[in-house]
Design a binder for this molecule. Structure first.
Ligand SMILES: NC(=O)c1ccc[n+]([C@@H]2O[C@H](COP(=O)([O-])OP(=O)(O)OC[C@H]3O[C@@H](n4cnc5c(N)ncnc54)[C@H](O)[C@@H]3O)[C@@H](O)[C@H]2O)c1
Length: 388
């Protein structure tokens, strides 16, 4: 029984690889050890019994070797960052998926399942309910609105505030290169899979958190950023007003969803959200983390925002729950497991200084205009580094 996990040195891929080893699989991993994720090379959690191929998922010869004799493929490798090299998103995430299918056909592989890691990002700003025009697909909030520290989504016709809707699999509204690449990735897997009789499933993960998230890559998200700051007795810095609603799911729940996707034939040619089933504001997230870490620190809300951040992103998980899956870990479990992991690293100063530098260098953080943020004197409630 051979399984291939692409991106298997990364956060989610390495946990999926471990679970497949436990199930008795011979696990092969192909990973390019992307320098922004693994600046120190192959991470120590890649177990010695894994057959490791250091290579790129875009390279046909590497993939031909990696796919030899496998019966399942979990495609987790991806380019995910805030960088402007749009074509890298498409080639790494979407073209690689097409290459996998191309090789399944060419090699006449008897593949039992291909799963692809999609993302809540495919929903973009999602959908809202306006009292005037009903349900509508939201677009990015105008810069002038954000500069005026006016954060909620408005009805395009009346300008009135609207109700954010839970994200359901029927929707899609990608608004950046990463999100587009993820939508192409899942459609390629599901549509070409169906056409050629290659069972495929796409999982749209919400913000996944847990041990082994890259400590370097800025895309790794809010848990890392807030934890690192708090460990250095610095307040978490919250963007906008901290009332953005997010969906944080524990890595173990995501791994279990992957097992269902890989081994339950009812998932063939379908996509599923994998989330926590609850909305958490960034403020709540920061406050709970502070409590768990036992710190006497108030988060800061300096009135900054990140260009391109969505206002709210919370997924409906009913479709996957109907197959017997359910998220079982709480926010506290996320914090406990993550903190235990990063505390093993010793001095963490270098990690958070570097990540902050990279994000500011990319020019993605802006400030609302002076005076626009009532009460945002720098003290207050929250922020987020959205990630999905
Ligand atoms: N972590 C999340 O919150 C989240 C949310 C939504 C979707 N996802 C998706 O889940 C998957 C796993 O994400 P993660 O958080 O584990 O990321 P990660 O960065 O920890 O892991 C990705 C791995 O892919 C490897 N990789 C990158 N480009 C490659 C290439 N061209 N060839 C071979 N390997 C390459 C990297 O070296 C890394 O080890 C990705 O597809 C991501 O888009 C993650």
């Amino acid at each position: 029984m051979k399984a291939l996990v692409t991106g298997g040195a990364g956060f989610i891929g390495s946990h999926v690889a471990d679970r497949l080893l436990e199930r008795g699989y011979h696990v092969r991993v192909v990973d390019s050890l992307q320098p922004r994720v693994h600046p120190k090379g192959k991470p120590p959690w890649v177990r010695p019994e894994i057959e490791f191929i250091h290579g790129d998922v875009r390279d046909k010869e590497v993939m031909r070797r990696a796919m030899e004799g496998v019966e399942i493929i979990s495609h987790q490798a991806a380019y995910q960052d805030y960088m402007p090299d749009f074509s890298t998103f498409i080639s790494t995430n979407a073209t690689s998926t097409a290459l996998i299918l191309e090789l399944v056909v060419e090699m006449k592989l008897d593949l039992r399942k291909l799963t692809v890691a999609s993302s809540q990002a495919v929903y973009g700003e999602g959908r809202y309910l306006s009292p005037v025009i009903g349900e509508f697909e939201a677009t990015a909030r105008p810069l002038a609105q954000l500069e005026a520290a006016d954060w909620e989504m408005k009805c395009p016709k009346s300008g009135r505030s609207c109700e954010n809707l839970l994200l359901e699999e029927r929707m899609q509204n990608p608004n950046n290169a990463y999100a587009l690449s993820k939508l192409f990735e899942e459609m390629t897997a599901l549509r070409l899979g169906k056409l050629h009789g290659i069972p495929a499933t796409a999982l749209r993960y919400s913000i996944t958190q847990g041990p082994r998230q890259s400590l370097y890559n800025n895309y790794s998200g809010v848990c890392r950023i807030f934890c690192l700051r708090l460990l250095h007795d610095e307040p978490p810095i919250i963007y906008e007003d901290g009332l953005q609603r997010r969906d944080y799911v524990h890595i173990d729940d995501v791994v279990e969803a992957n097992m269902i996707a890989l081994f339950d034939d009812r998932t063939n040619y379908e996509q599923y959200n994998v989330g926590s089933g609850r909305a958490t504001t960034v403020c709540e997230f920061a406050q709970k983390l502070i409590e768990v870490m036992g710190k006497d620190i108030e988060p800061r809300i300096p009135g900054e925002f990140r260009v391109g951040d969505n206002r709210h992103s919370v997924s409906s998980i009913e479709k996957l729950k109907a197959l017997g899956w359910a998220p079982r870990r709480s926010l506290e479990d996320i914090f406990r497991d993550y903190i235990a992991w990063i505390e093993g690293f010793g001095d963490l100063g270098e990690y958070f200084r570097e990540a902050d530098r990279l994000m500011r260098e990319a020019g993605s953080v802006r400030a609302a205009k002076a005076g626009a943020c009532s009460g945002a004197s720098g003290e207050g409630k929250t922020q987020d580094a959205t990630r999905s």
